[in-house]
Design a binder for this molecule. Structure first.
Ligand code: SAH
Length: 213
């Protein structure tokens, strides 16, 4: 999968934008070197796929900046046997990175067109361990719970308690928390038994987590 004409750009992206900013987890770095990000954007934007910023993917949504994808994956501390929930599939790129790291990924997207397109690319690339669900994921996806990691890629004004309920003991939730039209704080919530701790670790800007229900 790694042998494509974008490979050199992808490796440079990981070196400069991701390792260069302090992401150290070897599995995360390897996943970022492996997943062909250019396949998750339109053909006309493929040449920009390894640049240091988000890109439009249709339906008014964006594929996140590569560094932020890596930072969230590192914070989620995913191990090979872990079951992962992503809320906000968008292009499917983040799901592919998570699928490189864990044993299975359920990713939820409310836009049918985006969900279908992401499912198609993920299947073409052979990510049989990633399942796209078209639904409102603001309250998680209870059928697949508990999850060892939950990664939310849309901004929420508060931490939905349903997402904590769906975390396994020892599980981690990574979510941008703050007002949708301003800067949010990437927040890491760790669950131990019924206890949770949370810490903010990076200012970010995400599209809003929309509640349909
Ligand atoms: N992880 C994505 C980036 C996602 S952008 C990638 O790698 O490309 C955030 C996505 O969250 C958008 O596609 C948006 O439609 C979706 N979203 C917003 N609210 C949602 C909700 N309640 N349930 C599911 N998806 C939602």
């Amino acid at each position: 999968m790694a042998q494509d004409r974008h490979r050199d750009r992808r490796l440079a992206m990981v070196r400069r934008q991701i390792e260069g900013r302090g992401v150290r987890d070897p599995q995360v770095l390897e996943a970022m070197r492996t997943v062909p990000r250019h396949r998750f954007v339109s053909r006309t934007l493929a040449g920009d796929a390894y640049k240091d910023h988000p890109l439009p993917i249709g339906a008014g949504q964006t594929i996140s900046q590569p560094y932020i994808v890596a930072l969230m994956a590192e914070a989620a501390a995913i191990e090979p046997h872990h079951r992962v929930l992503e809320v906000g599939t968008g292009s499917g790129y983040g799901a592919a990175v998570l699928a490189q790291l864990g044993s299975s990924v359920v990713t939820v997207e409310r836009h049918r067109k985006l969900a279908d397109a992401a499912a198609r690319v993920l299947a073409e690339l052979g990510y049989a361990n990633a399942t796209v669900v078209c639904a409102d994921g603001s309250q998680g996806h209870p059928p697949g719970a508990p999850y060892d990691a939950v990664v939310v890629t849309a901004a929420s004004s508060s931490i939905p308690s349903a997402l904590i309920d769906q975390l396994a003991d020892g599980g981690r939730l990574v979510i941008p928390v703050g007002p949708p039209s301003f800067t949010q704080n990437l927040t890491l919530v760790r669950r131990t038994g019924e206890e949770t701790t949370s810490e903010r670790f990076c200012p970010v800007r995400f599209v809003p987590l929309v509640e349909d229900s």
